[in-house]
Write a protein that binds this ligand. Structure first.
Ligand SMILES: [Zn+2]
Length: 296
């Protein structure tokens, strides 16, 4: 774990313009002599492990997150699908969410929308299927790097915090690699009257998928988005063979994990309309405690 930290520090230094090239550099390949020579965390400078492969330096602030409904509405039991997956796909090619009646976990990867059902099966969904909550982005990574050591979820989040240095920004994230531990969950379709999410999630299915190879997609939202989305990391998984996945409860990542991320400058929330559950939901109180229970 400690071997990987220098890379993160270097990545951060690069983001901040502290190493050769800084923000204005368009390309900074691994092993670029100028980068190593001037980076205080490089192998030459401190005897620490080699720099990771850093393919570019971020510009940041590009693109737009499109979100359908709010996390507090979902927590309050607003599960009726109000938006089609066609609309979701039009908003972005990477993201996550759920489906009408809370029927499984949504993973949006490479522009395709997958449904991980409560029985663990994975399905491509038709554009007509609806969702009560989803968050997507037209993903265009503005920073990329690879890890040099195995990481627990907590250690990975700590590393990501260094690569994603603005605590008040929204970041979209894609991770690709091997996951020795991959513990996910999915939830079952609910019947009316809908229970609150904290109760519906008690009957979730938990899957031990590791070791698995695949893609993790998700976001880190800032604390200021509380009530609208999930502050902190919210990650979903899809295996490479697209036969398993879900909302990530825990994971470990093998060395060589490919990290790609994008600082997103615009945030659009599309609210449900009509006389569905959203208009009657009690959305005035702080549901952070409930969110904490259902997310982990
Ligand atoms: Zn989730």
């Amino acid at each position: 774990m400690s071997r990987a930290i220098p890379f993160a520090l270097c990545a951060l230094a690069l983001l901040a313009g502290g190493c050769a090239g800084g923000r204005e550099s368009q390309k900074l390949e691994a092993g670029t002599p100028g980068a190593r020579a001037s980076c205080p965390h490089s192998e030459e400078a401190g005897g620490t492990p080699a720099l990771p492969k850093i393919c570019n330096v971020p510009k940041g602030g590009g693109g737009k997150v499109t979100q359908f409904s709010t996390i507090d509405a979902l927590l309050a039991g607003v599960y009726d699908g109000a938006f089609s997956c066609r609309e979701v796909a039009a908003g972005g090619n990477l993201g996550l969410g759920t489906f009408d009646r809370l029927d499984g976990e949504m993973v949006v990867a490479d522009g395709r929308i997958f449904q991980v059902r409560v029985d663990g099966t994975v399905h491509r969904v038709p554009g007509s299927l609806t969702t009560p909550f989803a968050t997507v982005v037209r993903f265009r990574a503005d920073r990329e790097c690879s890890t040099s050591a195995p990481l627990t979820l907590r250690a990975l989040e700590a590393q990501l915090d260094r690569v994603l240095p603005n605590p008040n920004a929204i970041y979209a994230i894609r991770l690709r690699g091997e996951f020795p531990v991959m513990k996910t969950r999915s939830v079952a379709a609910q019947k009316k009257p809908y229970p609150a999410l904290v109760d519906a999630a008690k009957a979730q299915s938990v899957f031990a998928l590791g070791p698995a190879r695949g893609t993790v997609v998700g976001f880190r939202f800032p604390p200021s988005c509380r009530g609208l989305n999930v502050p902190g990391y919210h990650l979903h998984f899809l295996s490479e063979d697209r036969t398993s996945g879900g909302h990530i409860l825990d994971m470990t990542a093998a060395a060589g994990l490919r990290i790609e991320a994008q600082e997103v400058g615009r945030y659009e929330v599309v609210l449900p309309h009509g006389d569905g559950g959203f208009s009657r939901a009690s959305l005035g109180r702080d549901r952070s405690g409930e969110l904490q229970k259902v997310e982990r």
